[in-house]
Each structure stands twice: as structure tokens, then as C-alpha cells.
Ligand binder design. Structure first.
Ligand code: SF4
Ligand code: SF4
Length: 177
């Protein structure tokens, strides 16, 4: 399990969660045995955390990308987009956690087109764009999406370049670590 300290981040000036509480639904919170995709029992949707002063370390250290990156427009605010963006501190993959109440949200525009652009931009650095619906992952590539199914705690995403007559393509697979 990743150290909560790895998630520590600082909100961009002027950014505030306001009425958004979506990260309290989409992620699992091991300290509370809360599974991904269901509201935390301490969450007061639209208002905030009912145990703010004593919330677990993961909650305390986490800010989504909309909070830390001022260049993401208002349409990307999670309560509006239904998408919570973060960067995996270990792999640097861009992770998109979808509200299970709106499972197709990531395929709507302008989001889908932007995810494709980020996938293309990250190709050279091996930085994947991975969409999660609860624990089920789909890797977004510039030319296609690759569903991988449920990711277990020890599963990893491996990408291999393969030459084709049309140029290099990526093969994506899920492997157990
Ligand atoms: S998803 Fe982002 S904006 Fe929404 S409550 Fe969590 S940190 Fe705040
Ligand atoms: S403890 Fe508070 S901050 Fe953490 S998931 Fe629950 S409601 Fe959200």
C-alpha cells in the first residue's frame, strides 16, 4: 500500500472543494474499510466530511488534480465532470476515477478527446492514461481503449511496443506482480 505521504499535495490558489465530495465516493479508504464506489459513511454529500478533524491520513493528504492544477477548467471539477483525476505517485500514470453513478462520463466530450490527447502526449514517457470504474481499469491509448477488467492489489499494467506495417503500436496487458 502506498504511503499517504506520497499523495501530499497543495491546492492551487483559489481552488476549493466547495460542494464537491466525489473523492469520498469513488476511492476505497482502507482505514475505514470503505470500498470504492460507495459513499463513505462519514460523508455529507454536498457539504463535506463529518469527521474532518480526525479523518484518515489518506483523506488528509489527498487533493485531486482539479484542486492542484489551475489550468483544468471548471468543466473538470469532479462534481460536474463525474471524474476524479490524480497522478499515481509511483508510476506517474494519469488515473481517472469515474463516478459509478455516471459510468459513461469519461466518454463524453470534452473529456474523452482530452484523455486521448494526454494519452498521445504520454506515449513517449510511458505514462499511461488509465480510467477506473471502481476497480475495473481501461487503458486509454491514442487509437483505442483497452479494457483490463478488475485490477487486484498486486496487478500491474505492462505496455510493450510492437512494430506494425503502420508503425509502432502498444500491446497492453495486466500482469500479476
Ligand atoms: S474530488 Fe477533488 S474537488 Fe472534489 S472533494 Fe475531492 S479533492 Fe475536492
Ligand atoms: S473520512 Fe471524510 S474525507 Fe475521508 S472519505 Fe470519509 S467523508 Fe471523505
Amino acid at each position: 500500500m502506498l504511503d499517504p505521504a506520497a499523495f501530499v499535495s497543495t491546492p492551487a490558489p483559489g481552488r476549493d472543494c466547495g460542494t464537491c465530495t466525489l473523492c469520498c465516493k469513488v476511492y476505497d479508504v482502507p482505514a475505514l474499510e470503505k470500498p470504492a464506489g460507495s459513499w463513505c459513511r462519514h460523508c455529507q454529500p454536498g457539504r463535506g466530511c463529518g469527521i474532518h478533524e480526525t479523518r484518515p491520513a489518506h483523506c488528509r493528504s489527498f487533493h485531486c488534480m482539479w484542486m492542484t492544477e489551475a489550468w483544468l477548467g471548471p468543466e473538470w471539477k469532479p462534481e460536474r465532470s463525474k471524474l476524479v483525476l490524480s497522478v499515481d505517485p509511483a508510476t506517474r500514470f494519469l488515473l481517472v476515477q469515474v463516478d459509478p453513478g455516471a459510468p459513461g462520463a469519461w466518454r463524453r466530450e470534452p473529456f474523452y478527446g482530452q484523455l486521448k490527447s494526454w494519452a498521445a502526449a504520454g506515449l513517449q514517457q510511458g505514462r499511461q492514461v488509465v480510467v477506473f470504474l471502481n476497480k475495473s481499469a481501461t487503458v486509454v491509448l491514442p487509437d483505442r481503449d483497452v479494457p483490463l477488467g478488475v485490477m487486484g492489489p498486486n496487478d500491474r499494467i505492462v505496455a510493450r511496443e510492437r512494430p506494425t506495417p503502420q508503425g509502432l503500436t502498444l500491446d497492453i496487458e495486466k500482469v500479476a506482480a
